[in-house]
Design a protein around this ligand. Structure first.
Ligand SMILES: NC(=O)c1ccc[n+]([C@@H]2O[C@H](COP(=O)([O-])OP(=O)(O)OC[C@H]3O[C@@H](n4cnc5c(N)ncnc54)[C@H](OP(=O)(O)O)[C@@H]3O)[C@@H](O)[C@H]2O)c1
Length: 336
């Protein structure tokens, strides 16, 4: 089913297709059992206060992870709540506001100062505002929260060694998980000459620009996977997934229309499967650059997968940040 021509996403058609896809899904990625656990593994999760992230936090906690919840102000007591629910005492909370790059840097500084070593990072936080708003840093909120803030976060965690690559001596490969969306397929292309520019949009056209932000996200996921290959195997595995359409607070600005539409969507406890699978499945050891839609492996849109676009996205992001006085050290070169 078409969602409108490429470059425009009709929210009603997109929602209907998502509901249908869930019904038709037969799942082929692999088994996920209760024995698949994360005992002793340290996981950082963004957006754990609501929706998919809240359910995923519960799953990671229940499966024994040492869990760091990275969330905005106003969620005091979330770590304790999850401790009570899961019986796992190793859950802590650190502040993160992706709309404020100084907050992203402060989180990375704090983790490095405390000598934290991560085994999993889940970049899950996201927004779908009803209009184009600027952050205090002067970027479109959709662009900064969904993409640029996570770019800085993951780049710094890798650069600082807080998320170390797999040891040459062996051992398990650390993993990065990125919550993407199928909406990236129909979105308008990235204009590299006006990198990060989003036009004015309304509630109806917001879905198109949300999809556009996810095209940035998915292009980043593909490029990150390529850049983290060393000697033919991943130093860090990069996994992205679209969990399908599920009920959450993301459409909170869409009012009654949003409530009505999303009432047909699935429960986040069902939607969380690909994220849990990517975090825990032993079958994914040594794998990377994998994109899941619902429960099956899929190919991201060709524009997101194109190495030339990934390289440009990376360079433009670094240049944009440098123009604001934020210089990130280059990561070690990937395989040729
Ligand atoms: N819902 C769907 O149908 C659907 C489909 C495909 C993909 N996704 C993706 O799934 C992910 C989770 O979304 P959701 O649907 O579960 O929505 P949600 O219930 O609104 O949860 C979003 C999470 O992101 C956090 N967040 C928002 N702005 C932030 C900021 N500036 N800094 C740090 N954290 C921030 C929220 O924190 P607060 O509680 O403080 O707001 C919340 O924890 C997103 O990446 C979304 O794009 C959703």
């Amino acid at each position: 089913m078409r969602l409108g021509g490429r470059g425009h996403i009709d929210p009603i058609l997109a929602g209907l297709k998502a509901v249908l896809d869930h019904h038709l899904e037969r799942g082929s990625a692999g088994p996920l059992g209760e024995a698949d656990r994360l005992d002793g593994q340290t996981c950082l999760l963004t957006g754990p206060s609501s929706g998919l992230g809240r359910v995923l936090a519960g799953e990671l906690a229940r499966r024994g992870a040492r869990l760091i919840l990275a969330c905005r102000a106003g969620h005091q007591g979330l770590a304790e709540e999850l401790q009570r629910e899961s019986g796992n005492r190793e859950i802590s909370q650190r502040p993160l506001d992706l709309a404020d790059l100084s907050s992203v840097l402060a989180l990375c500084d704090g983790l490095a100062r405390d000598g934290v070593r991560l085994d999993r990072v889940v970049s899950n936080a996201g927004v779908a505002p009803a209009r184009n708003r600027l952050t205090a840093d002067g970027f479109c909120e959709l662009f900064q929260v969904n993409f640029l803030g996570s770019f800085v976060l993951l780049h710094r965690l890798l650069q600082d060694g807080t998320l170390p690559g797999r040891s040459p001596a062996g051992g398990a490969t650390p993993r990065i998980l990125i919550t993407s969306s199928e909406s990236h397929r129909q979105a308008p292309p990235i204009d590299f000459e006006r990198f990060g520019h989003f036009p004015e949009f309304s509630l109806l056209s917001g879905t198109t620009w949300y999809g556009h932000s996810k095209l940035y996200v998915q292009t980043f996921a593909c490029e990150l996977g390529r850049r983290l290959m060393r000697g033919g195997r991943p130093a860090v595995g990069v996994f992205s997934y679209c969990p399908g359409a599920f009920r959450s607070r993301i459409s909170r600005e869409a009012g009654l229309a949003g409530k009505l539409m999303t009432s047909f969507f699935i429960d986040p406890r069902k939607a969380v499967w690909p994220a849990v699978y990517c975090a825990v499945s032993p079958a994914l050891e040594g794998r990377s650059q994998l994109y899941l839609y619902l429960r099956h492996e899929a190919q991201p849109d060709a524009r997101a997968a194109a190495p030339a676009n990934g390289a440009r996205l990376w360079e433009r992001s670094l240049a944009l940040l440098a123009s604001r006085g934020l210089r990130l050290d280059p990561l070690p070169p990937a395989d040729a």
